[in-house]
Design a protein around this ligand. Structure first.
Ligand SMILES: [Fe+2]
Length: 478
């Protein structure tokens, strides 16, 4: 029961249509108690927050009236103390709102099945219940793990097969990708000694089972005493990405030689769905990232086509920045940020007119003011591209000064993002040592002296020291 009627309708619908259960809704705890006293029910699903009688009061009332029934409690904010006291009062499980209906159905199925199994002594029943609960918490963990699996696709595939084996106590599992054009299956990951892994395309029975899962987009369970590739049972579930079959997950017979049950089938299906969701998110993310990178490269190329200096300069600034990052032991993620930002730091120059950007002589005050808009323009360009927040900061702040006299925002000291301060040192060094049409560049030693002279005014002094150390190591004679 839940005081919000659309939620109730959703749950009732799911239970009746997908789970084939009979369900009745109550608007609060006291109405539920009335129902429970009149008729027999197998389970209560309740919200914590309800008017008249809330979820915890309902539990207490059930206990006082000696009504023994499993309770699944829904909550949007699972607090530890509430969880503990609810568990003590007979709640068998929690669902965090907003919950997914698959998970609800899975939990209901599991506890109702558990109820049926309790024909023996109270002691046996209690042991069985405890084991089931341990199993359940293991399963919840497994589902969570498959949703959160990280790494490249191969690692995620491997995690999926290992979790599948664990969740239904299987002997082996294979994950095979499906080639729609040739109707073939390509093994990608395996756990245990699995025939499916080696011979899907050569063993007709296996191929037929896999193909059935592909065609129906649903899990298939088969039992056979004689077929060595199946005996005694196998489950095959499709992995779907945006409705298309990416591949199949095939799990073979139980270790203890039992056969798979309907509940195993349900669990593999749930696992496959969740794994698909994870892969889908990841693949979408990869695609976005790829699109984004090519958009950026197009921008970078268009700046570089006008101004050859920017191209070489960006490459060197990136290299110097990453060297400083290495010397400081920064993470791979930070170095990746520096690489992208190094390429992009002057992207705003795309909007600077040729007569200013490419002027061979010294700039007038006004022209210099125009040049000084490039960090803000760069920031603005990147604001339209997702996932580049860290890079944008570097682009915007790479001309700020430690003493606050830089541009565009006049930030000072530690208010300037760390990676931007780092790039400022690398950027200035490279600008000083480069030959321009209107002046010859400094030697490395001269530029180093200039960096050191401006420690604490233009630059973060510590970063100058680190960079000078990097340069000295690279070129010990200077
Ligand atoms: Fe710049």
């Amino acid at each position: 029961m839940d005081d919000y009627s659309p939620t109730r309708n959703l749950i009732i619908e799911a239970l009746e249509q997908n789970g084939d259960y009979e369900a009745k809704e109550a608007k609060d705890g006291s109405e539920a108690i009335d129902f429970l006293q009149k008729d027999h029910y197998d389970m209560v699903i309740t919200d914590v927050m309800m008017p008249v009688m809330n979820g915890m009061e309902l539990l207490q009332s059930l206990r006082e009236k000696n009504i023994q029934i499993p309770v699944i409690m829904m909550t949007s904010r699972p607090a530890v103390d509430l969880t503990v006291s609810a568990m003590k009062s007979g709640v068998v499980d929690f669902l965090q709102k907003p919950f997914d209906l698959d998970n609800l159905l899975f939990k209901v199925g599991l506890y109702l099945q558990e109820e049926e199994g309790q024909g023996k002594t109270a002691r046996d029943a209690e042991i069985a219940l405890r084991e089931e609960r341990e199993q359940l918490s293991l399963k919840s963990l497994v589902y969570e793990a498959v949703e959160k699996a990280v790494g490249d696709n191969d690692e995620i595939f491997q995690t999926i097969v290992e979790l599948a084996v664990k969740i239904v106590n299987a002997e082996s599992c294979s994950l095979l990708l499906y080639d729609r054009e040739y109707k073939k299956f390509y093994p990608k990951a395996q756990k245990g000694d699995d025939y499916g892994y080696y011979g899907a395309n050569n063993v007709t029975t296996l191929n037929d089972i896999f193909q059935q899962a592909v065609n129906t987009k649903d899990a298939v369970m088969v039992h056979s005493d004689s077929d060595p590739f199946i005996s005694p049972s196998m489950i095959c579930a499709p992995l779907l990405i945006r409705g298309a079959v990416l591949g199949v997950l095939a799990v073979r017979k139980r270790r203890n030689s039992g056969i798979f049950t309907k509940s195993d089938l349900q669990q593999i299906l749930t696992l496959a769905k969740r794994a698909s969701l994870n892969l889908e998110n990841k693949i979408l993310y990869d695609t976005i990232y790829e699109n984004m990178t090519s958009t950026l490269m197009a921008l970078v190329t268009s700046v570089q086509a006008r101004d050859h200096y920017t191209e070489e300069h960006s490459g060197r600034v990136t290299e110097f920045s990453v060297q400083i990052a290495d010397a400081l032991g920064l993470s791979d993620a930070e170095k990746e940020t520096l690489r992208i930002a190094g390429l992009l730091h002057d992207i705003g120059k795309i909007a600077i007119p040729d007569n200013v950007l490419l002027k061979p002589g010294k700039l007038t005050f006004e022209e210099y003011e125009i040049i000084k808009t490039h960090p803000v323009i760069g920031d603005e360009i990147l604001s339209h591209i997702p996932l580049l927040d860290a890079e944008r900061k570097i682009v915007r702040y790479h001309h700020e000064r430690w003493d606050g006299r830089g541009y565009p925002d006049g930030l000072s000291g530690n208010d300037i993002p760390f990676l931007a301060r780092m790039m400022a040192v690398a950027d200035s060094y490279d600008a000083m040592t480069s030959d321009r049409p209107y002046r010859k560049g400094f030697s490395s030693d001269e530029a180093i002296l200039e960096l050191q002279r401006n420690k604490g005014t233009q630059f973060d002094g510590h970063l100058v020291d680190v960079f000078v150390g990097v340069l000295a190591k690279e070129n010990p004679s200077s």
